[in-house]
Design a protein around this ligand. Structure first.
Ligand SMILES: NC(=O)c1ccc[n+]([C@@H]2O[C@H](COP(=O)([O-])OP(=O)(O)OC[C@H]3O[C@@H](n4cnc5c(N)ncnc54)[C@H](OP(=O)(O)O)[C@@H]3O)[C@@H](O)[C@H]2O)c1
Length: 323
């Protein structure tokens, strides 16, 4: 089992998910955490990744490095999303096997499930229907990563587990309106509208899609929980005959319209909300079934409203934003 003295590598430690995992490991007293920035180690470079694993020999790996983006970025740059993600995860998963890593936690996303998936989405619904068009390239790459974890578990008896977190938000999120996810985009738009005295805020899509959100610290808490499962329970989750997949979500959903109203209230914007129907909506509903995770004894504790309030204060009120 993962101990405070274990050699732990967090790939993507400066990202939204990876930085939360790094904080959680620090809070858990882990003193042997390995990190490399993108500049120091390009995970799409096969020989560099091989060299890193051969020298550093991590025992536990959190794979939170990925080419990530919002709905428009996914739609406009599918080649980059599929090529970079396949390369990163292929290199890291394969080197985890070669280096004899004890446990790997591969982070995917809830977009791996079919567009018209029954709700809430159970792990077993993977590959049961067509994917949402706007992020198909990204989703196919992530599905390949899950399949790779399973293949290595089957052939080599590894403990490679994939976890699919729902939409995350928290410290270090991307607030660039062209590439960000919906929640940080709403926080920024409402904040700027309040500051400038604008009368209305334009929101992409119809407002009808339903989404689930999890604070990144909560996700990190769940990720550590999985990595620290007793050996017999981790072996059961990564058994050769079992899809090594665990959903990580809040188990609750909200419409984009309701979310926008909530963010407007938290930020203090009193103007009008205008929905731009020319922008894509994406999947109509995306709620994870979290019964596997809750059956293991884990549940989230940070509520959506308090999580958004905390995130807004950290990003916009406590220090000046860079851009
Ligand atoms: N954000 C969400 O709502 C969400 C929800 C569910 C699942 N996830 C999953 O969580 C994982 C991380 O997402 P995130 O939101 O934390 O993304 P993020 O904030 O964009 O962070 C990704 C990290 O990966 C690094 N990276 C990208 N390409 C790299 C490369 N070639 N070599 C080395 N490092 C590289 C980035 O470094 P640079 O910035 O320096 O390139 C960055 O530190 C993804 O697998 C994603 O599917 C995220």
């Amino acid at each position: 089992m993962m101990l405070p003295t274990s050699r732990i590598y967090v790939a993507g430690h400066r990202g939204l998910a990876g930085s939360a995992i790094l904080r959680a490991l620090g809070a858990a007293g882990c003193r042997n955490v390995l990190t490399r920035t993108h500049g120091e180690l390009d995970l799409t470079d096969q020989s560099a990744v091989h060299g890193f694993f051969a020298v550093e020999k991590p025992e536990y790996v959190f794979l939170a490095a990925a080419k990530v983006g919002g709905i428009l970025a996914n739609r406009d740059y599918p080649a980059e999303f599929i090529q970079q993600n396949l390369a990163i995860q292929t290199n890291v998963i394969h080197e985890c096997w070669r280096a004899g890593v004890k446990r790997l936690l591969f982070l995917g996303s809830s977009c791996v499930y079919p567009r018209d998936c029954p709700q809430p989405m159970k792990e077993e619904y993977l590959l049961t229907g067509p994917l949402e068009d706007t992020n198909r390239a990204y989703a196919v790459a992530k599905i390949a990563g899950i399949e790779m974890c399973w293949s290595y578990n089957r052939q080599y008896g590894t403990c490679f587990l994939a976890t699919m977190p729902t939409n995350l938000f928290g410290p270090g999120d991307n607030y660039d309106l062209q590439t960000s996810h919906v929640l940080p985009a709403l926080i920024r738009k409402f904040h700027e509208a309040k500051e400038s005295g604008a009368r209305e805020v334009v929101i992409w899509g119809t407002g009808a899609p339903r989404r689930e959100f999890l604070h990144s610290d909560e996700m990190a808490n769940g990720a550590l929980f999985l990595m620290r499962l007793p050996e017999d329970r981790m072996r059961a989750l990564t058994a050769p005959d079992r899809l090594p997949l665990v959903n990580l979500g809040a188990g609750k959903e909200i419409t984009i319209r309701e979310l926008a109203l909530l963010v407007a209230r938290i930020v203090g914007f009193a103007g009008e909300l205008v929905f731009d129907r020319s922008k894509p909506d994406g999947t109509p509903r995306k709620l994870l079934d979290v019964s596997l995770m809750s059956g293991q004894g884990w549940k989230p504790s940070i509520g959506l409203e308090s999580g958004i309030r905390r995130t807004y204060e950290e990003a916009f009120l406590r220090r000046p934003r860079a851009s």
